[in-house]
Design a protein around this ligand. Structure first.
Ligand SMILES: C[S@@+](CC[C@H](N)C(=O)[O-])C[C@H]1O[C@@H](n2cnc3c(N)ncnc32)[C@H](O)[C@@H]1O
Length: 468
């Protein structure tokens, strides 16, 4: 990294703020440089709340130096112990983390004067994506978790083994594409064929956000599914225990322009396929949810944030995988169920899901929040008209402030005891938390997901369960 110069406007402003607190520039500059490195050169995080992160980092360095000094004094006062190893030991280990070959994990361990080991871990991975996304996504642990998450970062879905995903140019009919479009479809006088799926209008506005009306309909579908059309299967994999299908929503899809379209990659109807653009960070949450994701920048309502990426498995494969693994604390599968209804009887060997447990992207860290989460999942067709396999994209439901956690309502029914796998104890902190409500009072207002193991879980979407 280049040395920081006071001639740089951003550096100068940071130093002006710390000088007000009588902190000299010599102290500020090295801490600022380290913070910038840890945050992938992201100034939004540094500037937030009038440079709180920077000031905190300087003060905690002061505290550590103070403790160092005390320790050294204690050792030398002991006389006999003068030659013994210094009690306070700071150990910086640099090793490559599982999720990031080019990343750095820094572990700070401290031992206090009374001999009680007090661990203060600070884990930092500069880029969990290993350069596979167009933005870097850092991982930080200010709390002190057990370990860095172990998974392989993949930016695109990949078939695990048996899943049948039929993506071919031959299957894309010319009617599904806009072969004669040029440049940006959103700037054309009339919507092209690709807007047909969304009622003749594009789902995106010219500023790259999801249109308010489209977003609001998707939200209503989540909150009041009974007011929308549903289809009913004859042999519902979700309701095999009860027998009767409760109906599946005909979900709203976004159809983006495809490879056969004439427009270019910067076309306004190609948002999800261009990948992550927001500044994000994975961090260890304080509330007992494990790792979570926060945004490092303000995000307006309707912003595309990330896609849920994982291995494409059949429900049978997921079931077998779940049986084999009993140790995972967190689980990461999401089912794709939009094809229900078009096939009378969707078998477990055909129904697909995305499992981000072993391979996934940043979305695998999205935590659940009851009712007032700030993200919504919307199905997107990118390279195939097939509804059996599609992409799951997350958009902001409202304006989100920098440093806020990004959350998704998994739509879990926390009191569903009819299944052998129990949902996790919810720590979302929402006033509307469904896990707080006593049995029988959760109501049926929203679409509910069942936290059930695969095989019987073909209908659940976010399968975020904790084993009993
Ligand atoms: C998709 S993962 C999310 C990332 C996960 N927190 C981690 O550390 O890797 C889903 C898991 O996170 C945990 N989790 C998510 N939301 C939670 C919440 N509101 N309360 C408690 N645990 C939660 C549960 O263990 C769940 O199985």
């Amino acid at each position: 990294m280049q040395p920081l110069l006071l001639t740089d406007e951003k550096v100068r402003k940071a130093c002006e703020t710390t000088r007000e607190l009588k902190i000299p520039d010599e102290k500020t500059l090295p801490v600022l440089s380290k913070l910038l490195q840890e945050n992938g050169e992201n100034w939004n995080h540094i500037k937030l709340d009038n440079y709180t992160a920077l000031i905190d980092a300087i003060y905690s360095l002061d505290e550590e130096e103070e403790e160092d000094k005390k320790q050294t004094e204690t050792s030398s006062n002991r006389g006999k112990n003068v030659d013994s190893p210094v009690t306070l030991k700071r150990k910086y280990e640099t090793r490559s983390a599982t999720s990031g070959g080019s990343s750095t994990e820094e572990v700070v361990k401290k031992q206090t004067s009374n001999g009680v080991r007090k661990k203060k871990y600070k884990t930092i991975i500069r880029d969990i994506t290993k350069g596979s996304e167009s933005v870097e996504i850092s991982l930080v642990d200010e709390v002190g978790s057990e370990q860095v998450p172990k998974f392989t970062y993949i930016p695109h879905n990949i078939v695990y083994q048996s899943a049948y995903v039929h993506v071919s140019l031959a299957r894309i009919s010319d009617d599904d594409c806009c072969g004669s479009c040029k440049g940006d479809c959103l700037s054309a006088d009339f919507p092209c064929a690709c807007a047909r799926e969304t009622g003749g209008e594009y789902a995106y506005s010219k500023d790259g956000l999801l249109k308010e009306e489209f977003l609001d309909t998707c939200l209503k579908m989540k909150k009041a599914p009974d007011t929308f059309s549903k289809f009913y299967c004859q042999d519902c994999p979700l309701e095999r225990d009860n027998g009767k299908c409760e109906g599946h929503l005909i979900r709203k899809f976004i159809k983006e322009c495809w490879r056969k379209c004439g427009c270019d990659m910067m076309c306004g109807n190609r948002v999800v396929q261009r990948g992550i653009k927001c500044q994000l960070q994975v961090y260890f949450t304080q509330e007992g949810k494990g790792w979570g994701i926060r945004t490092l920048q303000d995000l307006p309502k309707g912003t595309f944030v990330f896609e849920y990426i994982g291995e494409i498995l059949t429900n049978t494969e997921l079931y077998e995988r779940n049986i084999r693994s009993t140790s995972e604390r967190h689980t990461y599968p999401v089912t794709l169920d939009a094809d229900w209804g078009s096939e009378k009887d969707l078998k477990d060997e055909e129904a697909l899901c995305l499992d981000a447990t072993i391979c996934g992207n940043v979305a695998r860290f999205v935590n659940h929040r009851c009712e007032d989460a700030n993200l919504i999942d919307i199905p997107v067709q990118i390279e195939t008209p097939d509804r059996h396999y599609y992409h799951i994209a997350f958009f902001t439901i409202r304006d989100v402030k920098a440093m806020d956690e990004l959350t998704w309502d998994y739509l879990i029914d926390f009191h569903d005891e009819s299944h052998p796998v129990k949902a996790f104890k919810c720590c979302c902190g929402s006033e509307l938390c469904r896990d707080k409500k006593p049995k029988g009072t959760q109501g049926k207002s929203g679409e509910r997901r069942k936290a059930v193991p695969a095989k019987k879980q073909a209908g659940s979407k976010a399968v975020a369960v904790k084993r009993k």
